[in-house]
Design a protein. Structure first.
Length: 133
């Protein structure tokens, strides 16, 4: 059985479009985004389970303007918890997570973005490909 999900791409606290990406550091550990492509979309064939990130989205918080951003060296050198503690307030995790009770295999993804960066992402899941086991 096929199921199509439409997820919107909105604006962050600064009025800028949310950024879709697998790289959600420092607010989400990279271990939770291994199944996403560079645009934050799940790779085809990914088996989705409740609680997984379906679309990786990050937005800037109102503190971003005045806060000190991490350097590339800090991003590489600091442990994730320290990075999140120091710089996590600058961004907001706007990702869409797979809801409780939803399972499926990703069969396709399509971005439908407007010139201003907002829009929707359509993800097609095949729920019949999963078997209880």
């Amino acid at each position: 059985m096929k199921r199509i999900l439409e997820i919107s791409i909105g604006r962050d606290e600064l009025g800028q479009p949310e950024e879709c990406s697998w790289d959600l550091i420092p607010v989400v550990s990279s271990e939770l985004t291994n199944h996403l492509d560079r645009d934050g979309l799940p790779k085809e064939g990914t088996v989705l389970q409740p609680g997984m990130i379906l679309i990786g989205k990050i937005g800037k918080s109102s503190e971003y303007v005045t806060g000190r951003k991490p350097t590339k060296l800090e991003i590489q050198a600091l442990e994730f918890k320290d990075l999140k503690e120091q710089f996590g307030c600058l961004w907001i995790d706007r990702s869409f997570y797979v809801p409780k009770g939803m399972h499926g295999v990703v069969t396709s993804c399509e971005r439908n973005l407007n010139p201003d960066g907002t829009g929707t992402i359509s993800i097609e899941l095949d729920t019949a490909m999963l078997t209880d086991g």
